[in-house]
Each structure stands twice: as C-alpha cells, then as structure tokens.
Design a protein around this ligand. Sequence first.
Ligand code: CP
Ligand code: NVA
Length: 477
Amino acid sequence: MAIQFTRNGRKAMLWAQVEAMRRGDLYVEPEHLLLGLLHGEDTGALRLLDKMNLAGYQVRDCAQATLGPESAGTRVETSQLSPSAKKAVEQARRETEATGDDYVGTEHLMLAILRGISDGIEPRPGLREKLNALGLVYERAAIAIQGVTPELPSLSDEPSPVMTAAPVLRPRPSFLKGRDFLSVSDLANDEIRALFELTREFKMGRTPDAGRGKTLALLFEKPSLRTRVTMTVAMNRLGGNVVYLGPEEVGMGKREAVADMARCLSRWVDAVAIRTFADSIIREFADASSAPVINSLTDREHPCQALADYYTILESRSETAGMKLVFVGDGNNVAHSLMLLAPRMGTHFTLACPKGYEPDPNILSEARELAKLYGTNFDISHDPLVAADDADILYTDTWTSMGQEAEAAKRRADFAGFQVNDELLREAKEDVLVLHCLPAHRGEEITDSVADSPYSGIFDQAENRLHIQQALLAAIL
Ligand code: CP
Ligand code: NVA
C-alpha cells in the first residue's frame, strides 16, 4: 500500500501550490514545497528546524530570494508538480523507511528536499549555497530528525486545524526582523498568533524600546487618519521617530523612479510604511529597498487592517473557528485581505456584493484554495439579506474607495440595497458583531443606528490598529 501523507503533509503540499499560484508559476518547484512546509504550526518540519537551531523565516528568506517576488498580475489557476518536486515527494516516501515511520510527514518532505539539493537537483541557482550558509544540509538534518517528535499520522479527512486564541509561547524579540509585510499571506499562522500575543502585551501596557534610535518613513499617496496616526504613535511608543511624506512630496514613479526612491530611503530609515495605488508599486519598492516595507493600504490589500480586525474579533469572541463573517459591499482591498485571512482563522466567509463588484480573480482563486485547505465555506452572493443569515460578524466598508471618486455616483446607485442597517441586522445572529474599517459614510454603507449600536465594534477595531501595528513594528525592526 502506498504510504500516506499526514494532515500537515497534505496541507504543506496545498500551501506549496498556493505559493506557486501567487507567483504565477505553472509548476510547483522544490522551493515552493519548502515555503509550503513553513506554513504550519508545530509541525515536524518546524520541529526539525528548531532542533537545528533554525527559524522558519531564515529558510523562507532563502526560498523567496531564489524564487523572486510574487507577481501582482498574472496568476495561474492551479500548478502541477515539476519533475524535481515529484522526485522530492518520491524521496520523502523513501525517507520514511529510514526513519521507520509509516506515513509521510512534513519532516520527511523537508529531509527529501535537502537530499535532492545535495544530489544536485536544483531548478534555480543559489538555493544550495544559501541553505549551506545556514547549515541546513541533508547530512545534519538526517541526524537531527532522529530526535524530532514525529507528526501524528492523522489520515482522516477532518478539517485542517486553524488558529485559535490559545496562548502561544512568548515570541522571540524581533521575530520578523527585516521582513516585508505586503499581504496577509506573508505571515505564517504561528507568526500571526505570535503577533497577536505581542499585541496583547502592548495593549496591557508593555513598553519595550524596540524602536529606539530607529526611524520609520510613512510614504502616503492617499489620505489617512487611522493608519498615519497609529503608525506614528506606535513608533513613538517604541522609542523611535517617524518621517511623513504625503501625496504632494511622494510622486512615486513621477518625480523619480520607484526603485530610486527605495534605494535612497532605505539608506536613511529602518522601515518604510507605504500607502499607494497599484500593488505593483509597493512590490517594486520592496524589491529595491534594503529596509523592510509595510503595506499600509494598496488597491489590492489592507493587511494591517485585517490583522486588527481579527484581533478585535478574538477579543470579543475568544474563538474564530466556525464563525461566519459576512462582508457586505465592494470586493475591494479590505475584503481581499479578510477573505485571504478568514480560512486560516477557521472562519466561513461570504461576500455580498452587487454584480460587477466581485473581488480580483487572482485573490478569489487564492481565497477559494485556502478555504478548501482549511475546510471553511467561501461564498459570493448578490443578495445581502440571504448572505447575512446567521452571520456572527457583519463587516462593511465604503462603496467608493480612494482613487475611485469619479465613479462615486454610479457606485451609490449600484450599491443601493447593500447597506448595513437594522433590517440586515435582524437576519444575523442575536449577538452579531458589526465591523467597519472606517472612514464610514454614515447613511450610505452603514446607518447611524447600527454604527452606534451595542453590536458595533468599530471603535475597538480602530483602537486595535495602534496595538497591532506596535507589535508589527517591534517584530520587524
Ligand atoms: N481604516 C483606515 O485605514 O483608515 P485611514 O484611511 O484613516 O488610515
Ligand atoms: N477601501 C477603502 C479603505 C479605506 C481604509 C479605500 O481603499 O479607500
């Protein structure tokens, strides 16, 4: 009988596919497999790395550096295993014989990839040297695996475990040091949990000085109240400074090339938070910047917002698994980040939007893949009353995002009927939590009666932007 994968092993294979899709790669290569192995929590692969005194992010950096940046544009619907990835999977089965296990866990996959690399199977140059420099080589890993507690061979089709509010070990300081944060998908589940833990500590008043002597540049091509102020206050609380450059000063790609701005700024400052239009701009900047870059909103995503939202939900509910989150409105940047995060939090996600306002197709396919992976529901509906049925969380945002002002009148007409009001609230659960990223257009996407009701958590959300970003900055700096 063919040896089977553990649940973590199957998850890692699916994550590898998502990693390939996000880069627009037709084939899943060993590098994607390596990235897939780093997504879990307390998996055999991570325990193996730990045994070798390595952290997941160090390996992620190596794989990402050889794969290159994610593509903001073209994506592929599904990716198949490349010949070298197939060999790695076959090798993983053989590694189980050596360890005496009768299933393929993530630790065996990790070992198999390292074996392939040491045998010269390396589709992209540079990975071998990078892993060697970390001391991550087959021979050492083959010894270390002997002391690794194996994964449970959970072979049933039960849904994958999701993040919970359960406490995690105190995160190591600077556990995301130097990392960009451009999408919610840039953080692994255990990193998000660690960030939530750090957020809780900051909210309770912990004041480490991770930012002392450091400067954060805010490069904002769109207006902001919450993001600008919370980033500034967070950095000040960490003992650091902020330089703000607004739309008049920035002119990215107009006054000078995006990459040149990145090269200059990253020689002066320690991190850059960017609010801009196309996602390709922030990615171009991040590629040229030696300082880490934080997405403070693009047309594609608003990842800091989604982290604060889920932190707020966890504060209110203690648990997110099995909840139904209904986003009523445009399939926009805020909806994108939420739909990518929801499955990983075990949340069922429904978007209620008018026809023609569906999410970006690439995000949509990634969100559907993730929902499959985590066993959650993912729906798009054009009927808000039906969508809101039994909702635990009702979320809304402006009908007209920054940059779409010319379409405001048409959008107001198209979104009529997609208002979060008392009638919609009656369809949801009795203790529904109403969220809005703000700024709100009261009387359009939300009524005063709902925004100011006891169901509303919108100002807790706004407050939590501060705490989550303080944690994020402390971890990245
Ligand atoms: N929610 C949010 O990002 O608000 P600002 O646009 O005011 O920063
Ligand atoms: N979707 C909105 C979010 C504002 C925080 C926009 O992009 O304008």
